[in-house]
Design a binder for this molecule. Structure first.
Ligand SMILES: Cc1cc2nc3c(=O)[nH]c(=O)nc-3n(C[C@H](O)[C@H](O)[C@H](O)COP(=O)(O)OP(=O)(O)OC[C@H]3O[C@@H](n4cnc5c(N)ncnc54)[C@H](O)[C@@H]3O)c2cc1C
Length: 395
């Protein structure tokens, strides 16, 4: 097989990249090691920056988002006895959209399939060969057990944190910066109308809690837990009790409902640079991970592939290498901005582990920070600009 761009991974990065390339008349083939059903059912992010909404809209996959998504003009920050709102529109003139990553994935797969996009689902043994030569290849075993090879001009590594693309780049070329946090998020998806009109981020001595939503009848909620905790330790009753305690406020109550999904996710900040090696380009979680507190993972993936798609389109349109050569440096600027914001939000809102001797001191610092960010116009604007993604323009 031969194509212009071989894409490894059919998550949001890989699917959106193929959509962008197709709109510019560039051919691609996608290989994905999970089944289509598995990819369609995966529950993950849900807060979309306004710039990411524009990208999805511009490339023809924003119609349902605009119809069914929820525009949020602010966010609540809470600590015991106090819940305050930051108004994004007043602070920086922008909003975010709440629309599940699962829905974006559905929209992308439907559009790509309608377009005749070649996607190999359920492959195994994916490998990228000759990325530092002029004739890179992606090899794999297809769902029927046949060995396959795709020759391409370029390879896009969109295969997430555990994929094969990043390790294809020799360690001598890569630098990794990483922080592993001493806590994790227990997340549930629940069949119950949200008890709030906008997201609530709450700091409590028992740990962080968050109320998000996916639709008018489905809520997404999170609790800070120990990094090695087991989901089997958390009955539904224990989860709802923890959420109610940590988000308690006079005159407000949390509605509970049947739990559709629950899981524990470790939290880390991770950046591997550069994002290019020869003809291999990394995008999304393949090269960087942020803790979910800042709602940045999916948005960074969308920004990366917009940048990469435009650079590849320019190369095919006029032969120019300029944008491809700048891809890694330019993308890393947004990556570090989002990494900083996600780290800052995480540090402000999560209780240090019980064994931390500075726990009481740090809690006072967190409360002071929360009060400052919800009273100072300048501090609120800093949060709003970062949260809505307007601190840096989209590529
Ligand atoms: C449990 C969880 C919760 C999250 N919650 C949030 C949130 O609330 N907010 C937020 O902003 N972000 C969140 N994120 C992060 C966000 O979902 C990711 O940033 C986003 O999915 C990145 O998209 P991606 O396409 O780069 O990677 P992925 O979505 O990981 O997609 C990579 C794809 O590559 C495939 N693949 C892997 N290895 C191979 C291989 N060898 N061969 C072929 N295919 C391969 C995978 O199966 C997958 O389909 C969460 C992530 C997780 C894991």
């Amino acid at each position: 097989m031969r194509t212009q761009v071989a894409i490894v991974g059919a998550g949001p990065s890989g699917l959106l990249l193929s959509q962008i390339l197709a709109k510019h008349g560039v051919e691609s083939v996608i290989v994905e090691n999970r089944s289509q059903d598995y990819v369609l059912a995966r529950i993950r992010a849900g807060v979309i920056e306004h710039g990411a909404v524009d990208v999805l809209t511009d490339y023809g996959v924003g119609e349902r988002l605009h119809r069914e998504g929820m525009r949020h003009d602010g966010v609540y920050l809470q600590w015991p006895g106090e819940r305050r709102r930051i108004d994004f529109v007043e602070s920086c003139g922008h909003s975010v959209w709440v629309y599940g990553q699962t829905e974006i994935t559905k929209d992308l797969i439907a559009t790509r399939e309608a377009d005749g996009q070649q996607i190999f689902w359920s492959v195994s043994d994916t490998a990228i060969v000759g990325a530092d030569t002029d004739s890179p290849r992606v090899t794999f075993v297809d769902a029927d057990g046949n060995a396959q090879s795709i020759e391409a001009d370029y390879v896009a590594g969109c295969d997430g944190f555990h994929g094969v693309s990043r390790p294809t780049i020799p360690e001598s070329v890569r630098s990794v910066r990483e922080r592993i946090y001493p806590y994790a998020w227990l997340g549930i998806l629940a069949e119950v109308a949200p008890s709030t009109d906008e997201l609530i981020y709450a700091l409590h001595p028992d740990g962080f809690a968050m109320h998000s939503m996916r639709s008018e009848s489905v809520s997404r909620l999170y609790l800070q837990v120990e990094p090695d905790d087991d989901i089997a330790n958390w009955s539904d009753d224990r989860i709802w009790d923890g959420l109610s305690t940590r988000m308690a406020l006079d005159g407000w109550s949390l509605q509970s409902g049947p739990t559709l999904e629950k899981s524990i996710t470790p939290m880390r900040s991770f950046v591997s640079a550069p994002l290019r090696w020869g003809r291999l380009f990394l995008a999304g979680d393949a090269s960087h991970i942020v803790p979910p507190t800042g709602a940045k993972g999916l948005n960074l993936a969308i920004a990366d592939v917009k940048r990469l798609g435009s650079a590849l389109a320019a190369k095919y349109a006029d032969g120019s290498d300029e944008l491809l050569d700048r891809y890694s440096d330019d993308a890393l600027e947004r990556v570090w901005q989002s990494t900083h914001f996600s780290w800052w939000m995480t540090s402000m809102l999560h209780m240090p582990p019980p064994a931390d001797p500075d726990r009481d001191f740090l809690l006072q610092m967190q409360l002071t920070q929360l009060k400052h960010v919800t009273t100072s116009k300048a501090a609120a604007t800093m949060l709003a600009e970062n949260y809505t993604g307007s601190v840096l323009p989209y590529p």
